[in-house]
Design a binder for this molecule. Structure first.
Ligand code: NAD
Length: 403
């Protein structure tokens, strides 16, 4: 019996149109890259290349809506959970975030325009209030607390089913194993009912956030790997993903990981004594007061001009941050408006990821070329010139050679 190749292009469509053929090829290619990235933690192309192909597929599907199928990469989140871990079904799906294709400031304007249109606001209406955050380049995690005790940590997986990685996550010092009973009144720009007295920790609380590796921890880890003659990691995200999905918690404990909280999953409803947050900003403040790390750079922004200012401000700050970000995220602040805006297949309408232009593909000093296998695949021929390759950390030290 022949083994089925899961990533082979589907049988050709009777439509012999160029777009249809390209669509099939793009889907097969994106499925393969997503599997390497999400399931094997071994990407073979830079994110910018993946994003470019993804956008091309989206454009074909917009032009031919009847060609959209549920198994298209545009309709799915992440990758299937690994069978080695127990499977966790997320009570609230862990979705993706739409990426704004325009990486310039006008991308923020485009998002605000879409939100205002969806909410049927006119020019006479006040600006929409957003929360602007960093987009951490790690992997999404859902932490479940019952009666204030961490009982489960799960990866996003395919958004509906994730992997139970509780033992590995317990080794991250920044993640509280137990959270306190109550908090004082959170700071906030727009008070809403229920926020005056602060919030008790609800009996069920799922905290969503990003597990990541700081750059200095990543460099130190790769140094150790080199000393031991073991495989080094491509970048901090890849190292973090590998550590979280380690089958041996002892090894995971030796990999230095960090965490930032940015949202909630399932939470005891307000009518059963849970917190009645009115805004996303207020829930971030509560998370901070409950002891979760929340990035200092979270800001409220009124309308597109303040989103644009934030995008520019963070672009200037990006290289000084001790960890990688691949953009910023804008979220509508009012939770009532978020509910009104709702979701499309794999992403909420009330949030967008606004990335920065892809960095130059070179990272070697002038006159050097890369000999790393994965890097050659990413930048065929080996790139020459000055610059920083955010995709392929560490290659320069062990694999660059004079041309
Ligand atoms: P995404 O990573 O672009 O955005 C969604 C994720 O953002 C969330 O799951 C969350 O983990 C994260 N996030 C970080 N900061 C956040 C914040 N402040 N608030 C909310 N969420 C935040 O979406 P995705 O669907 O996971 O992945 C798509 C991206 O992954 C692509 O854009 C591509 O860059 C990369 N990718 C690369 C390859 C490759 O082969 N190189 C393959 C697949 C995907």
């Amino acid at each position: 019996m022949r083994t089925q190749d899961l990533f082979a292009a589907p049988a050709p469509d009777p439509i012999t149109n160029v777009d249809a053929q390209r669509l099939q090829n793009l889907r097969a290619q994106l499925h393969r890259y997503a599997h390497q990235y999400y399931v094997l933690d071994a990407p073979t192309v830079p994110d910018a290349e993946y994003d470019r192909l993804f956008r091309e597929l989206q454009a074909i599907e917009v032009a031919h809506p009847d060609w959209v199928t549920p198994d298209s990469p545009t309709q799915r989140v992440g990758g299937k959970p690994l069978a080695q871990f127990a499977t966790v079904r997320h009570a609230v799906p862990m979705l993706s975030i739409r990426t704004e294709t325009d990486t310039e400031s006008s991308g923020a304007q485009a998002f605000d325009t879409r939100v205002r249109k969806e909410l049927e606001l006119t020019q006479a209406d006040a600006p929409v209030e957003y929360v602007a955050e960093l987009k951490f380049d790690g992997l999404a995690m859902s932490l479940r607390y019952e009666q204030g005790v961490l009982v489960q940590a799960a990866t996003r997986g395919d958004g509906e089913f994730g992997e139970d990685v509780t033992q590995n996550i317990r080794t991250i010092g920044q993640i509280p194993l137990k959270i306190g009973a109550s908090v004082r009144r959170p700071e906030r720009p727009s008070p809403s009912p229920g926020e005056e007295t602060g919030f008790e920790v609800p009996s069920v609380l799922e905290v969503r956030g990003e597990v990541y590796m700081r750059r200095d921890d990543f460099e130190a880890l790769n140094e150790k790997q080199r000393e031991k003659g073991e495989k080094t990691f491509v970048n901090p995200r890849n190292a973090a993903a590998g550590a979280v999905r380690q089958l041996d918690p002892g090894i995971a404990a030796q990999r230095p990981l960090s965490f930032f909280a940015y949202g909630l999953g399932e939470v005891t409803p307000a009518e059963q004594g849970g917190p009645a947050f009115g805004t996303h900003f207020a829930l971030l403040q509560a998370l901070k007061l409950w002891g979760f790390p929340v990035a200092d750079q979270v800001e409220c922004a009124q309308g597109a001009p303040e989103l644009i200012a934030y995008h520019q401000h963070i672009a200037a700050l990006r290289d000084q941050l001790p960890y990688d970000i691949d953009g910023v995220v804008y979220k509508v602040n009012s939770l009532a408006l978020q509910r009104q805006l709702g979701f499309v297949t794999r992403e909420p309408r009330w949030a967008v990821a606004h990335k920065y232009p892809a960095p130059g593909t070179t990272h070697h000093g002038p006159g050097h070329r890369c000999t790393g296998r994965a890097h050659r695949q990413a930048h065929p021929g080996g790139a020459v010139g000055a610059g920083v390759c955010r995709w392929h950390y560490g290659v320069q030290r062990y694999a660059a050679q004079p041309v």
